[in-house]
Design a protein around this ligand. Structure first.
Ligand code: NAP
Ligand code: ZN
Ligand code: ZN
Length: 347
């Protein structure tokens, strides 16, 4: 066992505070990572505040983890001490079910081991995430990070990157496709960059007029202000794919009307409360409403390699770990451009 420093939530209503935890001894297939940076995902905030009703405490959040390998187990093949490595939202899965065999560990039929607010596959050992000085993870769930990428700005690729890359690939986004991205936050800005890199014609659909110039800089070709009803009339029936990243309740029906015949809207955001969906916008044009959860390990590596090739990283605000509670407050106020990343050497 190794002692690690961390920041943890001890209840849904109190600020995160310094915390000590024990990481397991490095097993034969394990990689020990000294965490350099960890991104702050809106899912951290949902879970810290128990907005999904499944939280256990104490909870060390964080699933956008990057750092340097400091030890490897005897049977580790793909990582050496000194390598850069990342850990995303998954730390294990059963590896034998139909989903795992299809490289969709996130949908493991036994229930994957999520990086925090979950348990290892033994269902006893609580997992603790990346707002921490180190982590020990089976190499099968560790990712290679190219030294070409800025390491701090690469951290958000481990969740925001793969969560937006996976649906773009699944719905076969290609040159000329019209893609709408709803919500310009951590996920949304990665969706814009990745869809543009895949050759799509990207429209940013945002409640924030002040983000228009940024959206265009990130690669969006068009901008639609969603607080203006005229936008929904103007853009009706246009999009092949809509990627919805909004973290709060909102009316899906309005956005479904923006899809072309047989277009698909994919929900990535997880608002705490359900939303009513009418049959009309779906039957009028055989449209689909779907959802997507992060991505499997193989696809996460593919995304990281794609980002290294296209020089894509996140736009970040690097902050000391002591400012994590302030960052949460700012996220609630929609004041983030476009991902907070914790600098772990400040721990
Ligand atoms: P974020 O950085 O806080 O961005 C969310 C964006 O949604 C905001 O920037 C804002 O964009 C828009 N928004 C916020 N409140 C809104 C409201 N009341 N009405 C309309 N728009 C609003 O969050 P994030 O880290 O990107 O995460 C977004 C969501 O995805 C969260 O629910 C998170 O839990 C979820 N998530 C899901 C997965 C998955 O695997 N499916 C993975 C990671 C995260 P504008 O200012 O442009 O309107
Ligand atoms: Zn996340
Ligand atoms: Zn499985």
């Amino acid at each position: 066992m190794t002692a690690a420093k961390a920041y943890a939530a001890t209840s849904a209503t109190t600020p995160l505070t310094p915390f000590q935890l024990e990481r397991r001894a490095v097993g034969p297939h394990d990689v020990q990572i000294e965490i350099a940076f960890c991104g702050i995902c809106h899912s951290d905030l949902h879970q810290v505040r128990n907005e999904w009703g499944n939280s256990t405490y104490p909870m060390v959040p964080g699933h956008e983890i990057v750092g340097k390998v400091t030890a490897v187990g005897a049977h580790v093949k793909n990582f050496n001490v000194g390598d850069l490595a990342g850990v995303g939202c998954l730390v294990d899965s059963c590896r034998t079910c139909a989903s795992c065999k299809r490289d969709l560990e996130q949908f493991c039929e036994k229930g994957a081991a999520f990086t925090y607010n979950g348990s290892e596959m033994d269902r006893k050992t609580i997992t603790q995430g990346g707002y921490s000085s180190s982590i020990v993870t089976d190499e099968a769930f560790c990712l290679k990070i190219s030294p070409k990428l800025d390491l701090a700005a690469a951290a958000p690729l481990l969740c925001a990157g793969i969560t937006t890359y996976s649906p773009l690939r699944h719905w076969n986004t290609k040159k000329g496709d019209k893609v709408g991205v709803v919500g310009l936050g951590g996920l949304g800005h990665m969706a814009v960059k990745l869809a543009a890199a895949m050759g799509a014609e990207v429209t940013m659909l945002s409640t924030s007029k002040s983000k228009e110039a940024d959206a265009r800089k990130l690669g969006a070709h068009h901008f639609g202000l969603t607080s203006d009803e005229g936008t929904f009339k103007k853009l009706a029936g246009q999009f092949d794919l809509i990627i919805d990243t909004i973290s709060a309740p909102h009316d899906y029906n309005k956005y479904l009307g923006l899809l072309r015949v047989e277009g698909t809207m994919v929900l990535l955001g997880v608002p705490p409360e359900p939303t009513l969906v009418s049959a009309f916008p779906l039957i009028m044009g055989r449209r689909s409403l779907s959802g997507s959860l992060i991505g499997g390990i193989k696809e996460t590596q593919e995304m990281l390699d794609f980002c290294a090739e296209h020089n894509i990283v996140s736009e970040i605000e690097l902050i000391p770990v002591q400012q994590v509670n302030l960052a949460y407050e700012r996220m609630m106020k929609n004041d983030v451009r476009y991902r907070f990343v914790l600098d772990m050497k400040t721990l």
